[in-house]
Design a protein around this ligand. Structure first.
Ligand SMILES: [Zn+2]
Length: 179
């Protein structure tokens, strides 16, 4: 890379400053949309932030990545990340595309689900949604890579545990955070 060649010509302290300032590490978070334990989640975010600074040094930017669910754990993470932007924390969101099916979705009628009145869990323009959109979004979150995954399941939490499983399979360390 051109950048590395140029940076190598700089005096050492400058190189260190530049690389620390440019570095962003990603922490993948996944949690129940029913989650309301703000304290538990925020404590875990703070811990992982401190850990990342210990490992990567001051000046590192930490992106907290979540699936943009309009409530529950994703929203708590998003708000916390925004509130700490001035300290090098970044909010990274990846919404599920509930409106559209993937090429490998079953063509059979009944694959797509009708939204119940007042459904806020599957935001989109259409009256029905693709049930595969959540798992697809989780796979993409994991595919983007992270140095750590924080899981905030509540009970069965099918989607959350699925995402944690995908992260483990991708060799991302997973920390399950519960009371
Ligand atoms: Zn589909």
């Amino acid at each position: 890379m051109t950048f590395q060649t140029e940076a190598a010509a700089l005096p050492t302290p400058m190189v260190q400053t530049v690389s620390a300032a440019l570095r962003t590490v990603r922490v993948l978070t996944t949690g129940s949309r029913e989650h309301q334990d703000t304290q538990l989640i925020e404590d875990a975010l703070l811990d992982s932030w401190h850990d990342a600074v210990q490992i990567y040094g001051h000046g590192v930017r930490i992106a907290f990545v979540e699936g943009a669910c309009p409530d529950g754990a994703d929203l708590i993470v998003h708000r916390w990340a925004l509130a700490h932007e001035a300290y090098g924390v970044v909010s990274e969101r990846l919404e599920a595309d509930w409106d559209h099916c993937a090429p490998n979705c079953p063509p059979a009628p009944g694959h797509r689900r009708r939204k119940k009145p007042g459904d806020t869990a599957h935001p989109g323009k259409l009256d029905d949604f693709c049930p595969g959109a959540g798992p697809r979004r989780n796979a993409e979150l994991v595919r983007r890579g992270a140095y750590l995954c924080l899981g905030f399941p509540l009970g069965r939490s099918y989607g959350t545990r699925n995402c944690m499983k995908l992260a483990r399979a991708a060799s991302i360390p997973v920390r399950e955070v519960t009371r």
